[in-house]
Design a protein around this ligand. Sequence first.
Ligand code: ADP
Ligand code: MG
Length: 311
Amino acid sequence: MIQLKPIQSELKNWMQRNENFKENYIKIKNEVLNDPQIKEFLSKHPQLTQTEINKNLIKLYEYKSQSKQCDQCSSYGTCNNMVPGYSPVLHVENNEIRLTYEKCHSRIMYEKEQEQQKLIHSLHVPKEILEARMSDVSNDQSRIRAIGEMLDFLDQAQTKLPSKGLYLYGLFGVGKTYLLGALANELKNINISSAIIYMPEFVREIKSSFKDDSTNEKIDFFKKVGVLMLDDIGAENQSAWFRDEVLGSVLQYRMMERLPVFFTSNYSLKQLESQLATTKNGVEAVKAGRIIERIKQVSRVVQIEGHNRRL
Ligand code: ADP
Ligand code: MG
């Protein structure tokens, strides 16, 4: 008896809630059945029984509440769906309503961009360079020859990767690295992977790989990447080991495999030769000459003139 009162009030509460529930249910049902897309779906499937529809009101409600193929969001990042980037689809199977999800346009685009981004392996290259576009540089008179060569390269690369890149040299600040960035972006659009590395970092990267025994793996990557871009050759600390065992073997491999290399440098090949010759081991003209020969095998020399854009 003592418990009777609470039970009665619970019951009353429950009935009250149930009233609200019923009201809500009817409201939601009306909303769902008046939704234009759901109306269209139901009219296409007249075989669906009222019982089946009632049984699936929650599914239909879920369908109604979700953005369909990005109709309520502007990008993948702003998607509010239960699973972002997935769009609901209603269909009928054995006279039963089914709700499934498929990837939306924005998500597909986003994934494609992510995939493409992976094609540029950039190591220590400023962001503005990675955003450079060929269209931004193509009207530039002072670099017309380099740009022409790059456009030819891109043109040929559509069918077969050319075996020679370019050796771009000129004064500091004329936009050599910027050109490499623009080329890397265009290559990405035709699904060719490239790696840009700043030479002083290349040396550091290889030296730090001694610690975890990844040296061979790293060297292998530079040997085999589609298009290799060595930025600022000659600016690195000269070491005979790096010159002969790393740079030499990467260039040798690429020469044999006919894989192109792009270089930028403040030095002409002649100047680079004496730069490469001088290490702690003394002056090794023959070894430096061997590297210069390989550079000539994997690239064509183009001088870049123009003003310093950093001033
Ligand atoms: P370099 O490698 O020859 O020393 P950079 O490529 O670093 O020169 O270019 C110097 C500066 O000028 C950079 O800040 C770069 O972003 C800018 N720059 C170079 N070329 C262009 C261009 N065509 N349009 C806009 N900015 C450029
Ligand atoms: Mg540069």
